[in-house]
Design a protein. Structure first.
Length: 333
């Protein structure tokens, strides 16, 4: 973990929420434009980052993932254990890596060496999602064979009794066929209650559409809410009850690694605080007011901002972020 990583001792819990995240773990090897001689190594992967972020915000969290018993795998395992994440490890191949090269403005470009398969934990993974209030997945785990189909099976198995969230977190270096990635994304969008994507994701998946057109199209596939992150322009959340947006928080950016994942973790935590997760919370999720959506966007926006102020995927603790703000008048469009 980064040297400035807060120690998540005695993590508080948000109600009885049990979250299972399904997706890849890997090691980010970071080369920074501002410090070319200093190579940093951090545990990463979008689903892992969401799991850690949610656990730090008080959610009882499990991660169905893959890594090996090698030096990078041991680093990942230590990171997950120290953050209170229960691990279900189904992999048998070497731990995946991502070389992240940071540009002058802190944005990351990735080069991957990755596999995704969880056949070694099929039954424990199924038991975990079937016992969960909420299941999250996304990124490489939803597009990379052979594990992508196992991921979809787990989501579909959880759907009856859990709410589902999904973040495509597109990686063209891993899945360069945009048409195939688009088809796969729409399968997961249709199976989900909450969907989050970045403006870069939507520009790659749907170059002929505006982001708002894609959000509306995705909403029509079935989710209760869809969220869009736009970097310095701030987030948008769309539901059938309204649309809210806000500017990004003014901060000094260290880098943007893990910012979207922290936003996703904040979104899930905020929905847990609104009692809008799980089969019993699905109707509440579908009837959130614009004021509640605005509070939710502000909470997730703040989580992402804190992450951007420090190096690596280093999401905030609940003590840093505080509770979901009391809903205030929404900035609707």
């Amino acid at each position: 973990m980064p040297a400035n990583d807060p120690t998540p001792a005695g993590l508080p819990t948000v109600g009885n929420t049990i979250l299972t995240v399904v997706g890849e773990s890997l090691v980010d090897i970071i080369s920074d434009f501002h410090r070319p001689s200093a190579i940093q190594v951090h545990p990463g992967g979008s689903p892992l980052n969401v799991a850690v972020g949610a656990a730090r915000l008080g959610l009882r969290t499990s991660l169905v993932t893959h890594y090996a018993e090698d030096r990078y795998g041991l680093l990942i395992e230590k990171h997950l254990q120290s953050n209170g994440v229960t691990v279900i490890n189904g992999g048998t191949t070497p731990t995946s890596t991502a070389l992240a090269t940071l540009s002058a403005d802190g944005a990351a470009v990735y080069d991957f060496s990755i596999t995704w398969e969880i056949n070694g934990a099929s039954l424990p993974a199924l038991a975990a999602v079937e016992a969960s209030t909420h299941v999250h997945t996304g990124s490489i785990a939803t597009v990379l064979p052979p594990g992508d189909q196992a991921t979809l099976v787990l989501v579909e198995a959880a759907r009856e009794h859990a709410t589902i969230s999904y973040d495509p977190n597109c990686r063209p270096a891993i899945s360069p066929d945009a048409a195939a990635a688009r088809q796969q994304a729409e399968l997961f969008v249709a199976a989900s209650d909450v969907v989050k994507a970045s403006d870069e994701d939507l520009a790659w998946l749907y170059p002929e559409r505006t982001p708002d057109e894609t959000l509306a199209a995705w909403l029509a596939l079935g989710p209760a809410i869809v969220a869009l992150t736009r970097g310095a322009s701030g987030p948008v959340i769309l539901s059938r009850n309204g649309r809210v947006e806000m500017a990004a928080e003014p901060i000094t950016v260290a880098d943007t690694v893990g910012a979207g994942d922290s936003f996703m973790a904040g979104l899930i935590s905020g929905l847990a605080q609104l009692e809008a997760l799980g089969a019993n919370g699905r109707q509440r999720l579908r009837t959130l007011t614009p004021d509640q959506l605005h509070a939710l966007a502000a909470y997730a926006n703040r989580a992402a901002a804190i992450t951007c102020t420090r190096q690596g995927a280093n999401p905030p603790l609940s003590a840093e972020l505080g509770p979901l703000p009391t809903p205030s008048p929404a900035q609707e469009r």
